[in-house]
Design a protein around this ligand. Structure first.
Ligand SMILES: *Cc1c(COP(=O)(O)O)cnc(C)c1O
Length: 377
């Protein structure tokens, strides 16, 4: 079997842009490619290994970066959500609920389902901005409390469809006013933009190494307030050194090594977030000049954007490749990352692309529209 990926100059896939390895991580990856490669000097738990210095990373650098008291790595953002939900479910008396925003990722629902929790969601404001308003949390919490115990609120920050950044501080306050802890799902923000859990006053923060921290993964990060440590990181009765929700150890091998190897660069790049937002806004404006429409918050505050395109949809109806024509046209220009088959609505990310690369993408879209001008009514 051959293991090859599509050749390309530019990848616009939001899932992948923040996970491209740094040079340092690519080198470390080879060195630590073997299974259990980090375990040469293990004192009994992954976060306590000092050669390489995972201990310093997890116990000093990561909490500082996340703005929390205690941090761990997990096997992904979803596993981080699950460990919190499962711990809280274990403590709850009967059928318990969580309240989530209406733009939540599917993995939030599945983590809750696996933990045996019911999910209530707030509405978003609908087309075209699909915003999450803080007030909706009060409404949804009030309603849900009548059905059972609410053990957690979750806010997706930003969400993975529109790249919207709701008023997290206000939502944290609302959740706390009902005595409910809150988790910030920052899969698309930790490692991209400067973000500190304590600035929002939240209880938990989760991030994704392979999505936004230039790690091979699978790896996630979780940060929490000290008060939650005894519950979430409770120890096994039988193996007093091992943490139950981590199943003893989590990310062991190339996943954590690439995360750590990229970390110095990741810490630097979040400082340049303003430029990333400026580029995203520029890109959005230029595509709108071509007749596309950016959905989600405007002006936009994140590199992930959803576009609506009546033009490409019209072309697709007459093109023999149907909806796949856009993917093929872009591919010919060395651009990948827009989901094959999509024309009417598609997501993309401008993260870490240069202005020149963005102009190349904008021009490519313009050329495709020009090429099929006669297909448009
Ligand atoms: C990608 C994504 C996740 C899942 O992250 P993993 O680290 O792969 O588990 C969760 N939430 C949101 C909002 C995402 O975009």
């Amino acid at each position: 079997m051959q293991f090859k990926r599509p050749e390309h100059k530019i990848n616009l896939n939001p899932l992948q842009r923040g996970g491209i390895l740094t040079k340092e991580a690519r080198e470390a990856l080879i060195e630590f490619a073997d299974g259990y490669s980090v375990c040469d000097f293990c004192p009994g738990r992954i976060d306590l290994i000092e050669r390489p210095n995972i201990k310093k990373f997890i116990h000093e650098e990561l909490p500082e970066f996340l703005g929390c008291d205690v941090a761990r790595t997990t096997n992904g953002a979803r596993e981080a959500k699950f460990m919190v939900m499962h711990s809280l479910a274990t403590k709850a008396k009967k059928k318990a609920w969580i309240v989530v925003d209406g733009n939540s990722h599917y993995s939030t629902y599945i983590a809750a389902e696996r933990a045996g929790l019911e999910v209530a969601e707030t509405e978003n404001t609908g087309y075209p901005e699909f915003k999450i308003l803080a007030e909706k949390y009060s409404e949804t919490i009030e309603k849900t409390k009548r059905k059972g115990e609410v053990v957690l609120s979750v806010l997706t920050y930003p969400d993975g469809n529109y790249g919207n950044l709701p008023d997290a501080k206000k939502i944290v306050k609302i959740s706390h006013s009902y005595g409910i802890p809150i988790l910030l799902n920052c899969a698309y923000s930790v490692g991209r933009m400067p973000i500190k859990m304590n600035k929002f006053g939240a209880d938990f923060i989760v991030g994704s190494g392979h999505k936004s921290m230039s790690a091979s993964g699978p790896i996630g990060v979780i940060g929490m307030k000290k008060d939650w440590e005894p519950l979430i990181l409770r120890k096994s009765k039988r193996f007093p050194n091992k943490e139950v929700e981590c199943l003893g150890c989590t990310s062991r091998g190339a996943s954590i090594i690439t995360l750590m190897a990229s970390f110095p660069k990741v810490k630097e790049r979040v400082k340049k977030w303003t430029q990333e937002v400026e580029k995203a806004r520029y890109f959005s404006k230029e595509l709108e000049k071509l007749g596309l429409k950016q959905l989600g918050e405007k002006p936009h505050n994140h590199d992930l954007m959803l576009f609506e395109s009546q033009i490409f949809y019209e072309i697709s109806k007459k093109h023999k490749k149907k909806g796949y024509f856009l993917f093929h046209e872009l591919k010919k220009k060395g651009i990948i990352g827009i989901k094959p088959g999509l024309t009417r609505n598609f997501k993309l990310s401008t993260y870490l692309l240069t202005k020149e690369e963005l102009d190349y993408v904008i021009n490519s879209f313009a050329e495709i529209i020009e090429k099929y001008r006669n297909f448009i009514n």
